[in-house]
Ligand binder design. Structure first.
Ligand code: ATP
Ligand code: MG
Length: 275
C-alpha cells in the first residue's frame, strides 16, 4: 500500500483538496501518481475558475468583511473604536507581567532594544482605559488590528494575525454577564452561533475563558479585576475578549487552515494563486 508523498500532500493541501483525500492509499506507485496528476489538474482548473469568479465579483476579502461585521456589531452596543500604534514599547510588555521567563516573551518580534511589534492589543487598551475612566464610566472601547508572534506556523497560527479586542471597564452590571453578551454579539455577527466556552490557565491573565468552535480556540476572554491591573493603575471590575479574526474567517469559509485567509501574496481570499 502506498500513500501520497510529502510533496504531493503539500500540493493537494495548497489547492484545498478535501482532507479525506490526503489519507488515501493506493495499491501501486503508478496508480497513485496517475490519480494525483488527474486530481491536481481538476483542482487547478477549479481554482482558476474561482480566481476568475472572485475577480469578477469585485468583492472585499473575507478577513476585511469579518473586521467590518465585528466593528458594526459592537459600535451599536456602545463601544468606541480606538486605533493604537503597532510598535509597542518594551515597558508595556513588562507591565503585562511578561518577562524572559514567559513563553510569550520568546514569541515577541523585537525591532530595537525598546520596541517590538505588538503581540497583543491589551496593553494599549489598558493605557487608554486608565485615561478615560478618570472622568467617564463605564469605559467601552475596542480595537481591531494586526498583532505579531513568532510561531511554529501550523494550521491555526501565523506570525502576523488580526486581533479584535473588546473591553468594558467599570460596567454597570455583572462583568461576567457583560462578557457573555460581548461574545455572543461578535459570534452572531459573523454567523458562528455554535460555540463552547471553556476555562483554561494562562500565564498572562491567570485564568481565561476560551471560546471554541469545533475545538478550535477563536478567542480568549477575561473577567477582572486581576492582580496585573495594578501595573496599569486599574482597580475597577472589567470584562474583555480578544478574537483571532483569521480563525473566524477560516471557520466561516469552511477551511481547515488560516493561511489562505490571512495576509498573503499566495492566496486571494482563500484561493491559491500558484496554479
Ligand atoms: P493559542 O493557544 O491558540 O496559541 P493564545 O491563547 O496564545 O492562542 P491569545 O493570547 O488568547 O492566544 O490571543 C487571542 C486570540 O488571538 C486567540 O484566541 C486566537 O484566536 C488568536 N491568535 C493568537 N495567536 C495567533 C496566531 N499566531 N495566529 C492566529 N491567531 C492567533
Ligand atoms: Mg488564548
Amino acid at each position: 500500500m502506498v500513500e501520497f508523498t510529502v510533496t504531493q500532500k503539500r500540493r493537494l493541501r495548497e489547492l484545498n483538496a478535501p482532507t479525506e483525500l490526503l489519507i488515501r492509499v493506493f495499491e501501486e506507485v503508478s496508480e497513485r501518481d496517475a490519480y494525483f496528476d488527474k486530481f491536481v489538474s481538476e483542482l487547478v482548473s477549479d481554482n482558476k475558475t474561482l480566481v476568475q469568479q472572485s475577480i469578477n465579483s469585485r468583492s472585499r476579502s473575507s478577513l476585511k468583511v469579518i473586521e467590518k461585521k465585528v466593528a458594526e456589531a459592537v459600535v451599536p452596543k456602545g463601544f468606541t473604536e480606538v486605533n493604537t500604534p503597532i510598535l509597542m514599547p518594551r515597558s508595556y510588555i513588562k507591565r503585562m507581567g511578561i518577562d524572559e521567563s514567559n513563553k510569550l516573551w520568546k514569541q515577541i518580534i523585537w525591532l530595537e532594544d525598546d520596541k517590538c511589534l505588538r503581540p497583543m492589543l491589551a496593553p494599549n487598551l489598558y493605557y487608554i482605559m486608565r485615561k478615560i475612566r478618570r472622568f467617564l464610566r463605564p469605559v467601552r472601547i475596542f480595537e481591531i488590528g494586526p498583532c505579531f508572534r513568532k510561531e511554529e506556523e501550523g494550521t491555526i497560527h501565523s506570525t502576523e494575525f488580526t486581533m479584535a479586542n473588546i473591553v468594558e471597564l467599570a460596567p454597570e452590571r455583572d462583568p461576567s454577564v457583560i462578557l457573555q453578551e460581548m461574545i455572543s454579539t461578535v459570534m452572531k455577527s459573523v454567523g458562528l452561533k455554535d460555540y463552547e466556552i471553556r476555562e483554561s490557565a494562562c500565564v498572562v491573565y491567570g485564568r481565561t475563558h476560551d471560546i471554541l468552535v469545533n475545538d478550535i480556540e477563536v478567542a480568549s476572554a477575561v473577567v477582572g479585576p486581576i492582580p496585573m491591573d495594578l501595573n496599569w493603575d486599574i482597580t475597577e471590575p472589567w470584562a474583555g475578549v480578544g478574537f483571532g479574526l483569521e480563525r473566524l474567517a477560516m471557520l466561516t469559509k469552511g477551511l481547515n487552515r488560516i493561511k489562505p485567509v490571512g495576509r498573503s501574496v499566495t492566496y486571494l481570499d482563500g484561493i491559491f494563486l500558484n496554479i
